[in-house]
Design a protein around this ligand. Structure first.
Ligand code: URA
Length: 195
């Protein structure tokens, strides 16, 4: 029997909340993805920060405010999209996630994406980029769309990078404004080599 998406997502979230990983000792709680399992677009960030660790919801701190504003610019809201992180637990002092931590959490993200099957995945920042395209550099591929197999991706800088850098903030907004057109053109994107 086919379970509906909400039921399957609830199970993924339960598994995220109850898992034990090397980061669990140092964080308050694991942070599952948030939003609609029916969304045609999924945004993927790096890992929870302090506010997310406290509230148990992704992108609710200062980077989340930047993201909410950018979503508004393209007519989207938190409720209509799905947003999640490569790593579901906050690394100590917000350090970069280690590659073994990304591996520990890989299955959660795979399950989320297999369930939602989004038309477009937006990779927020270099850690999300590295999870899917480990040989690419964000400075070279931000603002660009890629397709591998049936899946389309769009790459942007991380919203936190825009907080203290006006140049990056302008670039991030410029890139974000391309998202509606990319979403419309997804089926026509030329495939990239598998990396
Ligand atoms: N930065 C991220 O990458 N994810 C969050 O949830 C918050 C900040």
């Amino acid at each position: 029997m086919n379970k509906d998406r909400t039921t399957v997502l609830e199970q993924i979230n339960k598994d995220v909340l109850s898992h034990q990983c090397s980061l669990r000792g140092g964080c308050k709680q694991a942070v599952p993805g948030d939003g609609s399992p029916h969304s045609e677009i999924v945004f993927i960030g790096e890992a929870p920060g302090r506010s997310e660790d406290e509230q148990g919801v992704p992108f609710v701190g200062s980077a989340g405010q930047v993201l909410a504003k950018l979503l508004g610019e393209i007519g989207l809201t938190r409720e209509t999209i799905y947003i999640t992180n490569v790593v579901k637990c906050r690394p100590p002092n917000n350090r970069d996630p280690l590659s073994e931590e990304v591996v520990e959490h890989a299955d959660f993200l795979t399950r989320e994406l297999n369930l939602i099957k989004p038309k477009l995945i937006v990779l927020l920042g270099r850690h999300a980029l590295g999870r899917f395209f480990p040989n690419e550099q964000i400075s070279k591929c931000h603002g660009k769309a890629k397709r591998r197999g049936d899946q389309a991706y769009f790459i942007v800088y991380h919203p936190a990078a825009a907080l203290h850098n006006p140049n990056l903030a302008a670039t991030l907004k410029e890139d974000f404004l391309k998202i509606p057109a990319v979403l419309k053109a997804v089926d026509n994107l030329s495939p990239v080599a598998v990396v």
